[in-house]
Design a protein around this ligand. Structure first.
Ligand SMILES: C[S@@+](CC[C@H](N)C(=O)[O-])C[C@H]1O[C@@H](n2cnc3c(N)ncnc32)[C@H](O)[C@@H]1O
Length: 274
């Protein structure tokens, strides 16, 4: 199985797979305390059977295992290489606590009515058929079980100081490019209706802010690392002018002693009806 049903392709990242792993790690860990706080508010408890859909390299999986010592966790991903990375990272965890499933979110092969809680972090923006994935997750949830989708919306991605003026026009192009590959970088705004349309009830939603004054600048710098944008330039998605402007503004941001930034993540929760 490969990741062809997804707009995310780990093997084709232009910043290189090692830099991409570091980016995912920082992105996962920077705001974890806040995300976990909200997961608990939505009903996550130790001892629950938890499924993480699109677990990737397992950074969030590791946090779930640490925070839920009596839970059995399943980490599912469509990408073999990322799943191997997760297995290696979590090799010290006993098999009774962690299962790895190489499958698609559309067809997990997991049993009906098995999980109490499902976390899907930064995967739905890559899916061409999010309704199908949400329905498949509903199948594997117990009645009363919950799905929490954590995702972005590029309409309100965040803010950066000193400002990088070219960002809005680049983001617009990335949104279009993601849409052409079947994904949706504006999915945040649609999460409540995505959940209700796929049969979930008691919908709730919250926002998480990652701020460099709280979490450090390193993770933010990695998001705007110019190497992430070389592929977009080579494919003609962004112009040479935009690329050069981004490069210069990024260098300015990188050097500025006053640089700060914030990014927004959205968490939407739905319950499988009894
Ligand atoms: C940006 S990464 C996020 C990884 C992790 N959830 C995190 O927050 O760090 C997106 C992940 O979703 C996975 N993915 C994309 N489409 C998928 C699908 N159809 N089924 C299962 N996993 C998928 C990718 O392979 C990748 O590991």
């Amino acid at each position: 199985m490969n990741a062809r049903n997804s707009a995310y392709n780990f093997q084709n990242v232009t910043n290189g797979t090692e830099a991409e792993l570091l980016r995912l790690q920082e992105q996962a860990l920077m705001g974890w305390d806040k995300e976990y706080r909200t997961l608990k508010q939505f009903g996550l408890e130790d001892g629950m059977k938890v499924l993480e859909v699109g677990a990737g390299p397992g950074f969030v999986t590791g946090q779930l295992l640490d925070h839920l010592p009596h839970s059995e966790i399943t980490a599912l991903d469509i990408d073999d290489a990322l799943l191997e990375e997760a297995k290696h990272r979590l090799r010290h965890i006993p098999e009774s606590r962690i299962k790895f499933t190489h499958a698609s979110a559309y067809e997990t092969g997991l049993p009906d009515h098995y999980y109490d809680f499902v976390v899907a972090r930064l995967i739905f923006l890559h899916l061409h058929n999010p309704l199908q994935a949400a329905a498949e997750i509903r199948r594997v949830l117990k009645p009363g079980g919950k799905l929490v989708i954590i995702d972005i919306d590029d309409g309100v991605f965040g803010a950066i100081e000193p400002e990088i003026e070219v960002i809005p026009s680049i983001i617009k192009k990335l949104v279009q490019q993601q849409a052409s590959r079947g994904g949706n970088r504006n999915i945040g705004r649609s999460l409540p209706r995505l959940l209700s349309s796929s049969g979930y009830t008691d919908i709730d939603m919250d926002a998480i802010i990652q701020h460099s004054d709280l979490h450090g600048l390193a993770g933010f710098k990695r998001q705007f690392d110019i190497n992430r944008f070389t592929g977009f330039l080579n494919k003609g998605i962004i112009t040479e002018n935009e690329y050069d402007e981004l490069k210069q503004s990024y260098e300015n941001f990188d050097r500025s002693p006053d640089a700060h930034a914030m990014m927004l993540f959205f968490m939407a929760c739905g319950t499988k009806p009894l």
